[in-house]
Design a protein around this ligand. Structure first.
Ligand code: ATP
Length: 326
């Protein structure tokens, strides 16, 4: 097994709260093992442009609680091409880098997989995405913070909905995965949750709202994932307004607030644990894997299997939603 001496860490794709905690864990664990640790700015783009700098314990002081990523993040077209990846390799070689930790989503792992096969620099992936939709981990860094942000916002919306007897249709993030919608909807007592993984009969939703109105239940919350089959909250509202025009219906799109903010304890914890395990994996030859946590144990998934996973949502959840909203 080739010894690893100089490692690089980068954040790539969409940002997620807790990425900083992961960067900190990689840097400090690497230094503990007497490795030289380098930071790469702006994901793969920084590998191409050579924005690579040495990191020390103090470089990552006071960041565990900060959202965003001190290493910045970006999407990089050139990295899809062999020529781009070759340029990245040449830059890394200038620093003698022989191991990489990539914190990002499934796209970033695809890039890492290709790169490690072509250039013999082992890569380790850490799942950093608010969507919680990566195969091989029960958690992803950022999900818990994003969903708690959504819950806090929806609680506030409920106060004003209650004051005015309004129906609110709230859109949360999730183009392909509805976990933020499902978890935040259940936690805020939503009457209906619409998400990409599950077909919704909009007539049933509207019939239910009409029935609620007949029994004077006028405050209703519908939580919609942005990637639901109708195309988000505004489209759902159109359907509702068409059939129940007299209802006081409002739309609220939570948007990017779900990506920001100080990471929750859970996100800091899993980011720290995964960052530590990433360095361990580089040193122990568990190369080209994504580090996940499954049943509270560190779990390795080969990078080419660390894909977007829209798991089947247990229908029992929707029974729970219906019963608890009655
Ligand atoms: P998110 O889930 O937040 O979108 P992601 O990591 O999936 O995060 P992408 O934009 O898909 O985000 O990927 C990030 C970067 O990884 C891309 O900009 C590109 O540089 C690289 N990348 C993605 N897919 C590939 C691929 N198939 N081949 C080479 N590089 C890739």
């Amino acid at each position: 097994m080739k010894k690893v001496n100089n490692i690089a860490v980068l954040t790539s794709g969409g940002d997620a709260p807790g990425m900083n905690a992961a960067v900190r864990a990689v840097v400090r664990t690497g230094i503990y093992h007497q490795l030289n640790v380098y930071g790469v700015m702006y994901g793969y783009r920084g590998m191409l442009t050579g924005e690579i700098f040495p990191m020390e314990n103090k470089t990552v002081a006071n960041i565990i609680q900060r959202g965003g990523t001190i290493l910045k993040t970006a999407r990089c077209k050139e990295f899809y091409e062999y020529e781009g990846r070759k340029k990245a390799y040449e830059n890394l070689k200038k620093f003698g880098i022989d191991g990489i930790v990539v914190i990002g989503g499934d796209g970033s792992f695809k890039g890492a997989q290709k790169f490690s096969q072509e250039f013999d620099i082992p890569c380790i992936g850490l799942p950093g995405t608010i969507d919680k939709d990566i195969a091989g981990s029960d958690f992803t860094i950022g999900f818990d913070t994003a969903v708690n942000t959504a819950v806090e916002a929806i609680d506030k919306i409920r106060d004003t909905a209650d004051a005015h007897d309004r129906l609110f249709i709230i859109e949360v993030m999730g183009r392909d995965a509805g976990y933020i919608a499902l978890h935040s909807g259940i936690a805020t007592g939503a009457e209906h949750i619409l998400m990409p993984e599950r077909k919704t009969n909009i007539d049933d939703v509207i019939d239910d709202l009409a029935a609620n109105e007949r029994r004077s239940k006028l405050v209703n919350l519908i939580v919609v994932a942005e990637g639901d089959e109708f195309g988000g909250a505004n489209e759902v509202a159109k359907h509702v307004k068409e059939r129940l025009p007299h209802l006081d219906t409002r739309v609220c799109i939570l948007g990017h607030i779900q990506r920001g903010g100080s990471p929750t304890c859970l996100d800091r914890l899993i980011a720290s644990r995964m960052g530590y395990a990433a360095v361990d994996a580089l040193l122990n030859g568990q190369h080209n894997n994504m580090i996940g946590i499954v049943n509270n144990q560190i779990h390795y998934t080969p990078l080419d299997h660390a894909v977007k996973a829209t798991q089947k949502i247990d229908p029992e959840w929707f029974k729970i939603v219906k019963i608890l909203a009655s």
